[in-house]
Design a protein around this ligand. Sequence first.
Ligand code: GLU
Length: 446
Amino acid sequence: MTTITRFAPSPTGLLHVGNLRTALHNWLLAKKQDGKFLLRIDDTDRERSEEAFVEAAREDLAWLGIVPDSEERQSERFALYEAAFDKLREAGRVYPCYETAQELELKRKVQLGRGLPPIYDRGALALSEDERAAKEAQGIDPHWRFKLDHDEPIGWNDGIRGPVKFDPAQLSDPVIRRGDGSWLYMLPSAVDDIEMGVTDVLRGEDHVSNTAAQVQMFAALGASAPRFAHEALLVGKEGKLSKRLGSLSARALRERGLEPEALLSLLARLGTSMPVEAIVRREVLVESFDLSTFGRAPAKFDEDELVRLNAQIVHRLPFAQVAERVPEGMDQAGWEAIRPNLTRVDEAGEWWAVVTGSVVPPTMDPEEREYLTQAVSVAEGISWDENAWHALTAALKEQTGRKGRALFLPLRQSLTGRDAGPDMGALLPLIGRDTALERLRAAAGG
Ligand code: GLU
């Protein structure tokens, strides 16, 4: 059977790193099994869903190279949910409820006050036909709950958590439909998972109790349940990640100039027993993906780690992959000379300006100026065809007896206007003979 996974965002905000991680894991799981990965837009909540967030989600996934095999939208599938609802209703598995939010809140408080778990008491099930009619005559539109079968223990073998068991009597019958007829997440998701042939549901552990109810829903709809796996949540430095943590949205990270590979490398393995390392080739992530390496403890998302990985990725990016993003005129040699000094590709401009722009001559002591004057005459005499830096420094070392910092630093400062930076051996040929001489002369005092 072909593995089919899905990522099912509700388009009510921008995707953040926690959502992307779920998307990535589902994609990796599908790829590893040569299966299919679906993007399902959970947009039954018309008021809170926005088209702009649907587009943003597509864009974010495309940026990461997570390409869905197809896209589905719940808002186009209401007829299916209606049919499933009717079926469950006929089977006595959904029932109308009339409590207001305040009444339910009060019941919960009373239960908690008595030290009882706040489980829905099925008060609505006890209503007689007449009582229900009276409620409806008062203009109360019922909301609907799925009736859990208390005689049917719930269990599944979770791909991450191992065997999970629930006593259905310890769960509230979940509300599946509101008084205005709109759908909550539970039923449409189960219907779609059945309809779309989803074989593996991999999602956050905040869904574990939903899964418990959905396991019975699948059975009530006459379908077998998919495999489930619930991953520990991702936490940020501030605790729980929420969609509103704008700075950790995919978009914000993209706009900060981070490479998709850095994010993929981090998210693929964070919270697993595999090492987090900079990985450029997606196939490596696919091949090594393994749910049995996932831990139960919340995984901590650390932005500094992301930046470190980004630098490691940038140091390995071939010119062809960045050609469109580097400053005008920068060629492969320029990129390769500068790349080891970058944390992000967009910093290349700064260093390219050092090569091609003008450099403020550093102020030098008389002794250094004398040394640089010598450097000028050596530089005039050496061959610039290859290894100019080596030729320059070897000759100066011999003439002056300088070595280490004293030998190199004044040259670097004069040639780049900075104390540190890319390897001078690679940089000097890019600066070129004429500019190099000009800069050395300027630093030597004209
Ligand atoms: N729309 C749901 C959410 O964003 C999907 C959960 C699921 O994967 O079933 O939480």
